[in-house]
Design a protein around this ligand. Structure first.
Ligand code: GLA
Length: 375
């Protein structure tokens, strides 16, 4: 059964009524453009075929949240952040409050998902976006696509308190099947790029560990670099606007490790643009080389890889028909993306899954899917 049917069934079973609305949204895998979204740079994500479905309805002044994977939550409504999985739902609902009298009476939610949590697929954005679409459908005044992404983003940053960029939410809303989305994270301009290669995702099995605190630290470093560069570049909107040709000279004036961070951000943004062009133009070898360069930069300059992620990357790059490999998502654990020649992905996935030394907990072929849907 697909997650939509499962969410509906779970809702009926647990709340003994029909849901008022059901929506679903995908996870995402970023092909390139890592740690640039919060600097206003370019990213190139695809949505996963795996989706999260959310069914919603009224609950007599209570929050009642049930999920296939997490413990039941029952609490008074409206509901403050509780450091529980339901925060992603409450955070989204909070964005609707002023203009959604329907929700005032409480909220029953059932969640079913094929997007694994903690695997670097942004299961949180899938949950937020699906919830926003379901609640929007319930109010009878569905938000526009860009508003949906905004609602989900605010739930994550303001309510849950994760200082992420907007890539994950934009991808979960706007993705289309068989294509990657080149997103300008400043203007939200988007371009669809056909994906003529195979994509394989290897879970590292490393838990999030330091991820949230290290991510916040990188954001502080970025802000500090910007502050130090201001006197020299009074009109600089973000680090990605620094001229790449003069980068060497520019970073010489910055203390370590800010010089390394800036080099990564500026070059990674350029790589994302070049990679989108290479992929769209069918130059898959060039695309693979840019993917490799992205990992090396994340490892050496942004310092968000781990020995385990590096080992997976090295093993993948040694396989026939592999064009490139890199960590994808925030890093510090999570997953590795392997780019293979069209038709080679299945074989590459099998080899990586059966590599005893690697012992990867999960290897999956990624089929780029579509964005949010009201069911
Ligand atoms: C996490 C965040 C995204 C993005 C990536 C790094 O996935 O949620 O906004 O910053 O890290 O590219």
């Amino acid at each position: 059964m697909n997650p939509v049917a499962r969410a509906r069934r779970l809702f009926q079973d647990r709340f003994a009524m029909e849901p008022v609305a059901v929506a679903s949204a995908p996870g995402r895998v970023n092909l390139i453009g890592e740690h640039v979204d919060y600097h206003g740079g370019h990213v190139l994500p695809v949505a996963t075929a795996e989706r999260t479905a959310v069914a919603v309805g009224p609950a007599r002044g209570r929050l009642r949240a049930v999920s296939e994977h997490f413990p039941d939550i029952e609490a008074p409504w409206p509901h403050a952040a509780a450091r529980a999985w339901s925060d992603y739902i409450t955070g989204v609902a909070a964005q609707f409050e002023p203009d959604a009298p329907l929700l005032a009476g409480g909220l029953a939610v059932a969640v079913a998902s094929d997007v694994p949590a903690g695997a670097g697929l942004s299961s949180s954005a899938a949950l937020e976006v699906a919830t926003a679409a379901a609640l929007g459908a319930w109010t009878g005044r569905p938000p526009t696509a860009s508003r949906l992404a905004e609602i989900a983003f605010r739930a994550e940053t303001e309510f849950v308190g994760m200082p992420c960029g907007m890539m994950d939410q934009l991808a979960a809303v706007h993705a289309t099947p068989h294509a990657a989305l080149l997103i300008d994270c400043r203007t939200h301009a988007m371009e669809r790029v056909p994906v003529g290669v195979d994509l394989v995702l290897v879970e590292s099995g490393e838990s999030r560990g330091l991820r949230d605190s290290a991510y916040s630290e990188r954001r502080r470093e970025g802000a500090e670099a910007l502050r130090l560069l201001r006197p020299r570049f009074p009109n600089l909107l973000g680090l990605v606007d620094l001229p790449p040709a003069r980068l060497q000279t520019i970073v010489r004036g910055l203390p370590a490790p800010l010089d390394r961070r800036v080099r990564h951000v500026v070059n990674e943004n350029q790589r994302a643009l070049l990679a989108a062009r290479a992929l769209g133009g069918g130059d898959h070898a060039a695309f693979g080389m840019l993917v490799n360069a992205s990992h090396d930069s994340l490892r050496d300059l942004y310092e968000c890889s781990t020995p385990r992620l590096d080992a997976v990357v090295t093993a993948a790059r040694a396989l026939p028909r592999v064009l490139g490999a890199r960590l994808t998502g925030a890093g510090w654990g999570g997953a590795v993306l392997v780019v293979a020649e069209r038709g080679g992905g299945g074989d590459v996935a099998t080899r990586l899954a059966t590599d005893r030394e690697l012992a990867a907990p999960a290897v999956r072929v990624v089929t780029p899917g579509g964005g949010v849907r009201v069911e």
